[in-house]
Design a protein around this ligand. Structure first.
Ligand SMILES: NC(=O)c1ccc[n+]([C@@H]2O[C@H](COP(=O)([O-])OP(=O)(O)OC[C@H]3O[C@@H](n4cnc5c(N)ncnc54)[C@H](OP(=O)(O)O)[C@@H]3O)[C@@H](O)[C@H]2O)c1
Length: 243
């Protein structure tokens, strides 16, 4: 067995969206491999709760990914660093185009697409030449499901951004992780019964027969960060949901 230390050891990782769900799981797994993790998101208390489970080298910094000044302040405070993970995403209701207001659609893009755009721009002056960026899309980018026009277009745009940046920002590596339905705080807004029914319906439709866990999706982020030969990749972690 290979017992060599992870190449994340003593590297600095910034996770935007680390207060819950997939981002929090990435922070935990990277810290366990010896990375110095900066947990970022809007709710400082949520970040500090996650930080409490991590080694002393971890820290929490508030940031709003919709605000360029806030992002610049974040990266100024962090200084030179090695890896950027962006998992910040808004709650999005399923409904058809005809019932989706333009402002509502723009607000979702403002967080997840323009947020990633802004965060990468603000991070670049500080991001190591041998570093990496990992973005988060979602299986609906390539799956046509009634009522999911907003998630489909938003995640497709992110995947295009990630692939483009993998060439433009080289030798930095840029990858995109595409989760399928994963049991996280993203669904906390749904009444318990509705959430359980949605997970059960999804599980029944998937080859693996269940929805995903945040740690399973986080493992793909670790792979993208640690493997120096992975760039421009779109990694699906969706229980076979695209089949
Ligand atoms: N869970 C799934 O089934 C699933 C499926 C496909 C794709 N995804 C994608 O995976 C990513 C992570 O989702 P998740 O499931 O881990 O959900 P989550 O637990 O709700 O995590 C999203 C995080 O984004 C942060 N965030 C939201 N708006 C922000 C802003 N303006 N600035 C900075 N941070 C912000 C939130 O923290 P604050 O509120 O404290 O800022 C939260 O911690 C999202 O992009 C989501 O679209 C998830």
């Amino acid at each position: 067995m290979n017992s060599s230390p992870s190449n994340l050891h003593q590297q600095t990782l910034v996770v935007i969206g680390a207060g819950s769900g997939i981002g929090a799981a990435v922070a935990r797994q990277a810290a366990a491999r010896g990375a110095r993790v900066v947990l970022a998101g809007r709710r400082l208390e949520a970040l500090q709760q996650q930080q409490a489970q991590l080694p002393d080298s971890a820290r929490s910094l508030a940031v709003d990914i919709t605000d360029a000044d806030s992002l610049q302040a974040l990266f100024r405070a962090v200084g030179p660093f090695d890896h950027l993970v962006i998992s910040a995403g808004p709650a999005i209701d399923a409904k058809p185009l005809a019932q989706t207001g333009l402002l509502e659609a723009q607000q979702a893009f403002e967080v997840k697409f323009w947020g990633a755009w802004r965060a990468v721009q603000a991070a670049l002056p500080y991001l190591a030449a041998q570093g990496s960026i990992t973005l988060t899309s979602g299986l609906l980018s390539r799956k046509r499901v009634p009522g999911q026009v907003l998630k489909t277009t938003l995640n497709a745009a992110l995947e295009a951004l990630g692939k483009h940046l993998a060439k433009e920002l080289a030798p930095r590596r840029v990858n995109v992780i595409s989760p399928g339905v994963t049991d996280t705080e993203a669904y906390a807004g749904l009444p318990e019964e509705q959430r359980a029914a949605m997970f059960a319906r999804t599980a029944a439709s998937l080859p693996v027969g269940r929805v995903g866990h945040a740690d399973e999706v986080a493992a793909a982020f670790l792979l993208a960060m640690e493997n120096g030969f992975i760039s421009g990749s779109l990694i699906d972690v969706d229980g076979g949901g695209l089949l």
